[in-house]
Write a protein of this length. Structure first.
Length: 309
C-alpha cells in the first residue's frame, strides 16, 4: 500500500509507485464492468475538479472515478469560476481549499501550476490533470494500464507521432519510459519537436515510414493549435496528413500486432484516418475506459493508499 501526497507528474513518481498505481488501476477495471459500479473506498472524501482548459475525457473520468468510489465530487470550469471576475489562480485555489476538500484536480495552461499551488495549500492533495505543455501524468498512467491489459509494455516500442513540442502526454511518456522499461520513438517535423529532445534518450525520426518497422504501438497526437505560436509549423493539414497521418497503408506496414493509440480528442483525417481510428488495432476507446480505473487508483492513493480497495 502506497499513499501519495500529490500527483504533480511522472517525474516525481518512482517505478514502484507507478507499478502500485497500475496494480490498483487493474483492480478497478473490474468494478467498472459490474452492474453496480460503486464501492465505499472514498466515502466522506471531497474532490474538486478545477478545469481552466477544455476537457471531455479527463474531467469526466475524474468525476466518474470519484463518484464510483463514493466521494463527493464538485466540478468547476474556467467559465463558471471567479477567475472570470479577475480573481487569481492562487486566490481561487485558496478559496476552494478553505472549504476543506481532500483533493483538488487541476488543469491549467500554466506549466508547473500544481507545484506552485502546493506550496500554498497545506492540507489539500493536488492532482495535475494537465499543466500546459508540461505533463499529463494520469494520461500516461492510463496508457500503461491499457497496454498492461493488452499484452504489456515492458520491452515494447511506443512510437509517438505528431505535435511532440506541445504535448504534455509525450513528455509524461518520455519520463515514464525510462522508469518502466519501454522505448519511445518520436516522429515529427523539426518544427514540432522540442529543443534538446535527445536528452530523453529516445530515437527521433522525421520520416514516419522509417519509424514504423519495429513499432509495437503507433501513438498519434493532435496538433495543439491552442499552443502553436506560429502558423508555419507545417505547410497545410492535407500535407501534414500525407507525411504524418496514420493511414491504412502505414497501419498495414506496421503489421498485425501493432496497436493504435491516441489520447484524444482526435482530428479524423488529420493525424489519423477515420478507418484506422475505428479499426481492430485501435485501443483508443480502451484508453478511455481505463482512464476511469486509473483515476480511481490515483484518487485512492491520494486518500490513504487503497487499503479498502
Ligand atoms: N487530451 C490530451 C491533453 O489534454 C491531448 C490533447 O489535448 O490533444 O493533453
Amino acid at each position: 500500500m502506497i499513499a501519495l501526497r500529490h500527483l504533480f507528474g511522472i517525474a516525481e513518481l518512482d517505478a514502484e509507485q507507478i507499478r502500485y498505481l497500475l496494480q490498483l488501476g487493474a483492480s478497478f477495471v473490474g468494478l467498472s464492468r459490474r452492474s453496480i459500479r460503486k464501492a465505499p473506498t472514498l466515502r466522506g472524501k471531497t474532490i474538486i475538479n478545477l478545469f481552466f482548459e477544455s476537457s471531455t475525457r479527463t474531467r469526466t473520468s475524474f468525476e466518474i472515478a470519484g463518484k464510483r468510489l463514493s466521494a463527493d465530487v464538485i466540478n468547476i470550469s474556467s467559465s463558471t469560476s471567479a477567475t472570470k471576475k479577475g480573481e487569481s489562480l492562487l486566490d481561487t485555489a485558496l478559496t476552494l481549499a478553505a472549504m476543506r476538500p481532500h483533493v483538488l484536480v487541476i488543469r491549467h495552461a500554466l506549466p508547473g501550476c500544481c507545484h506552485f499551488l502546493a506550496e500554498h495549500l497545506r492540507e489539500t492533495s493536488i492532482v495535475n490533470a494537465g499543466d500546459g505543455a508540461h505533463e499529463h501524468p494520469t494520461q500516461a498512467l492510463t496508457d500503461l494500464l491499457t497496454l498492461q491489459e493488452h499484452g504489456g509494455f515492458v520491452g515494447k516500442t511506443i512510437t509517438i507521432v505528431g505535435d511532440i513540442a506541445h504535448s504534455r502526454v509525450a513528455r509524461s511518456h518520455l519520463l515514464a519510459a525510462r522508469k518502466m522499461g519501454y522505448r519511445v520513438r518520436l516522429v515529427a517535423p523539426k518544427t514540432l519537436l522540442p529543443r534538446r529532445v535527445e536528452q530523453f534518450g529516445c530515437e527521433v525520426y522525421h520520416d514516419f515510414d522509417e519509424a514504423i518497422p519495429g513499432s509495437d504501438v503507433l501513438y498519434m497526437l493532435r496538433i495543439q493549435t491552442e499552443r502553436l505560436t506560429s502558423n508555419c509549423s507545417f505547410p497545410s493539414l492535407r500535407e501534414y496528413h500525407e507525411a504524418y497521418g496514420l493511414n491504412g497503408r502505414r497501419l498495414a506496414a506496421a503489421g498485425e500486432q501493432c496497436l493504435v493509440m491516441h489520447p484524444g480528442p482526435m482530428n479524423r483525417g488529420v493525424e489519423i484516418a477515420s478507418d484506422v481510428a475505428d479499426s481492430a488495432a485501435s485501443r483508443i476507446l480502451d484508453q478511455v475506459e481505463h482512464g476511469v480505473a486509473m483515476r480511481m487508483a490515483v484518487l485512492t492513493a491520494l486518500c490513504g493508499g487503497g487499503e479498502e480497495a
